[in-house]
Design a protein around this ligand. Structure first.
Ligand code: HEM
Length: 502
């Protein structure tokens, strides 16, 4: 009875609002970029959902028809999607101050982000500046990164051991993404908490983090808030997940607090961790340091930002090595000539131009996320001659730039040589030109850029040094289809055959 009553009320409200909305819709007054016509209230939501395609694929197919900047109406949200370098430059560099903020969040996300108290979700302003400055200067600077070189070396040894054990138990076959993901998660966990944890604990935290990501996946009521009353069970479940997240991480926060307040009490605790920078952090405009739930949120951001993204890059790298044994053996030969018989170390990487070219080509051809985080304008703005009203979501379609034939020769080809002497060049930070932006560009560029490229280079370097990688099943062709799972991963999760090198 309750259910039918709710449906009746909703239908009446929807009908009334449809009429009011179509007549008074504010976006009617604006000169928005073109896009597929939509329905009142739901906009293009049904077309997107009904296409059966991942969102990035649906969007990719719209650019040839509507041009490099398009509008999609997703229920009550208006999305403006940009796919061309000059427009990204105009938005994020020339008008960087205006386009540097983030849009409003749905109620579930607001709980997990403690009302936008994270680097990635904060509005452009004093809170964002304080949190970002702290992360960049106190946790991700070159000096701080060097302090964790031993953590990385241990994680690389563990990665090799896990691959060997898995291969021995499975006739030489290993799952690439899962193993790479675990290795990078171990590094980030150690950097974040500075505590030693056993594998079971690490797996439990990892499982909980995955659950958080799933909980934050977009839902229908994010686009149609009218439907919120029907999604109360999901919201209740989300609140339970948040409680579990806090209950799981607070004991580690307390353990670390004890370890640093009584030096020597935990002999296995690291000298420094990201968490240490949060306990007494001064945030502009606030009198108190972050609360425990806020610290949980900031630590989760640190862990989530760099785990799937980095592991995804490693999965695509191995796929390319399998597809091209020549590229794989050139990486191997370079490692042998620079490193000799010892294990590759992170200091070696700067002396390996071919490995660096492979990583760059990887991030051009397979950017781990196809959309940057959503931007929003602080005041009404213009972009490419169109209106960008306050409150709309501004999305950047990253492959549109890295695969633009006006910027690249044979952009579809995976060809690391394009970056070697006399070939093409690209500044990944976008400072001296904008040709590929796997980490975004401008004020909100990914602060983990340096660490992420180091992790990808070190992991694929060590994986190629230790093993020869081949297709599984033997002699099969690699399928380069993609699917979206927070990052854009291989549609058929990569399994590979490995043989230890002698
Ligand atoms: C290959 C790995 C990575 C890729 C491809 C990647 C990509 C990105 C992208 C595209 C953005 C959005 C930029 C924008 O809003 O315009 C971003 C933001 C961000 N990333 Fe990364 N990221 C990676 C690794 C990391 C790591 C290792 C961390 C830190 C531990 C991290 C932390 C963040 C944070 C905090 C933001 C928000 C920045 C802000 O809003 O000011 N990322 N990243």
């Amino acid at each position: 009875m309750d259910f039918f009553y709710t449906i009746f009320i909703l239908t009446t409200i929807t009908f009334t609002f449809t009429i009011i909305f179509t007549l008074t819709r504010p976006t009617r007054r604006f000169n928005l970029p073109p896009g597929p016509p939509g329905w009142p209230i739901v906009g293009n939501l049904l077309q997107v959902a009904g296409s059966g395609k991942p969102f990035f694929q649906y969007v990719r197919e719209l650019f040839p028809k509507y041009g490099p900047i398009i509008t999609l109406k997703m229920g009550t949200r208006t999305m403006i999607i940009i796919s061309q370098a000059d427009m990204v430059h105009e938005a994020l560099i020339e008008k960087g101050q205006v386009f540097a903020t983030r849009p409003a969040e749905n109620p579930t996300r607001a709980v997990f982000s403690c009302n936008k108290f994270t680097v990635n979700a904060a509005l452009y302003g004093p809170v964002w500046r304080s949190l970002r400055r702290n992360m960049v200067q106190n946790a991700l600077s070159a000096t701080k990164l060097r302090m964790f070189s031993e953590v990385r070396a241990t994680a690389m040894d563990k990665l090799v051991d896990r691959l060997k054990t898995e291969a021995e138990a499975n006739g030489g076959a290993v799952w690439v993404l899962k193993t790479a993901r675990f290795a990078v998660f171990c590094i980030l966990l150690s950097m974040c908490f500075g505590l030693e944890m056993d594998e079971k604990t690490i797996e439990q935290i990892d499982d909980m983090m995955k659950m958080v990501l799933l909980t934050l996946d977009p839902r229908l009521d994010d686009y149609l808030p009218l439907l919120r009353p029907l999604c109360s069970k999901k919201r209740k479940r989300a609140m339970e997940v948040r409680e579990q997240q806090i209950a799981m991480l607070v004991p580690f926060i307390e353990r670390r607090r004890v370890a640093i307040s009584r030096p020597g009490s935990d002999p296995r605790a690291a000298e420094f961790s990201y968490l240490d920078t949060l306990f007494d952090l001064t945030v502009d405009g606030r009198s108190d340091p972050p609360s425990y739930p806020e610290i949980v949120t900031l630590c989760s951001e640190f862990l989530n930002g760099g785990t799937d993204t980095t592991a995804t890059a490693v999965e695509w790298a191995v796929a390319r090595f399998i597809e091209s044994p020549t590229i794989q053996s050139r990486v191997y030969e370079e490692i042998k000539s620079v490193v000799g018989e010892r294990k590759i170390d992170e200091k070696d990487i700067e002396n390996m131009p071919y490995l660096n070219a492979v990583v760059k080509e990887l991030l051009r051809k397979h950017p781990p996320t196809y959309f940057s985080l959503t931007h929003s304008v602080r005041e009404p703005a213009k972009l490419a001659g169109y209106d960008i009203p306050k409150g709309v979501n501004v999305e950047i379609y990253i492959p549109g730039i890295g695969e633009d034939p006006k910027l690249w020769t044979n952009p579809d080809r995976f060809d690391p040589d394009r970056f070697l002497t006399g070939g093409e060049s690209a500044d990944i930070t976008g400072v001296t030109g904008l040709k590929m932006i796997p980490f975004g560009v401008g004020r909100r560029i990914c602060p983990g850029l340096g660490m992420a490229t180091l992790h990808v280079s070190l992991m694929i370097g060590r994986m190629v040094q230790e093993f020869e990688w081949r297709s599984w099943p033997e002699n099969s062709k690699v399928d380069f289809s993609e699917k979206s799972e927070f990052t854009v991963v291989m549609k058929n999760t990569l399994r590979a055959m490995i043989t230890p090198r002698v």
